[in-house]
Design a protein. Structure first.
Lengths: 163, 136
């Protein structure tokens, strides 16, 4: 009998088991990342102006991987989405003037105008970051979340659309 | 009271001499922008988000994101104003007017910027976000 030996068969077994464990973890990670990504997509869509149905429909989630970890990319291919989010100056291109109804109801003719932002991506993120963190940690409970939201709505109607 | 973090931000910016030296009195809030403003100028947009951050016995705490857009007729000029905003606006522990009352600003922090432009006009824009954490 040898006084000292390695058991390679057991090491191989451990390596196989660790591989299976890592695959299971990665699969679970992908599920929660996609879940949080889809939730963010839904939150953005809920905040986009109702008139922008094309833009709302265009928001989508793309699964990808970075550094061996699953990543969900949430975005849109609509070029005007940026203008909606940040605002900007639009100018007349095909005609001499832009024409629209002003706040007083009269027609306004201008060469360019500042279009105010109608943000959806940043407010969705700010309002729901805690929710996404909970989802990624696997501790999200929608009933508790909704109850918390209605408590805040009672405290601050001005920031939750109550007034 | 209904807190008004955008007004607090406007007051904060109007109190910074380096910025006022460039834009003079042209620090507008949404709704009060003239039809043809003279660049350079600033537009303070309505708060993008305003999240309740808990309460104490005497105050409520909140965190708002406010976008400040700097407009100039050249790209370097817009960048100079944007960098001034980044450097001078952040602060700790100040009292600022908010509607008919005041809010105690615990912190104003820079939250990133993005460039924009419309060469047809021409006008160059820097949109910069600030996070205002305040008690009221």
């Amino acid at each position: 009998m040898a006084g000292f030996s390695f058991d390679f068969s057991a090491l191989e077994q451990i390596e196989r088991d660790l591989g299976k464990l890592a695959a299971g973890v990665k699969k679970a990670e992908r599920v929660v990342v996609m879940l949080a990504g889809n939730e963010y997509k839904n939150d953005v869509q809920a905040l986009l102006p109702r008139k922008s149905t094309d833009l709302i429909r265009s928001v989508h989630v793309e699964p990808t991987e970075e550094g061996g970890h699953p990543v969900a990319l949430i975005g849109t291919n609509k070029v005007y989405a940026r203008q909606k989010e940040y605002g900007g100056v639009i100018s007349a291109k095909n005609k001499e003037y832009l024409r629209f109804k002003g706040e007083d109801g009269n027609w306004v003719f201008v060469k360019s105008v500042y279009q105010y932002p109608q943000p959806a991506w940043r407010p969705a993120w700010d309002r729901n970051l805690t929710k996404y963190k909970q989802m990624l940690n696997g501790v999200f409970d929608r009933n508790v979340w909704d109850a918390d939201l209605s408590t805040v709505a009672g405290l601050r109607p001005d920031i939750t659309g109550g007034i | 009271m209904t807190p008004d973090p955008a007004l607090a931000m406007q007051t904060r910016i109007k109190g910074i001499t380096e910025i006022i030296a460039l834009v003079s009195t042209r620090v507008y809030r949404v709704g009060s922008v003239p039809a043809t403003p003279q660049p350079p100028y600033l537009i303070i947009n309505a708060p993008i988000s305003d999240n309740e951050e808990g309460s104490t016995n005497t105050t409520d705490n909140s965190a708002a994101r406010v976008q400040v857009s700097a407009f100039a007729s050249t790209d370097p000029a817009a960048e100079v104003i944007s960098q001034l905003l980044k450097k001078k606006v952040p602060c700790h522990d100040v009292i600022l007017p908010s509607g008919t009352d005041f809010i105690r600003v615990e912190r104003i922090a820079n939250a990133g910027a993005s460039p924009d432009q419309n060469t047809d006009v021409p006008v160059y824009i820097r949109n910069r976000d600030f996070r205002i954490t305040y008690a009221y």
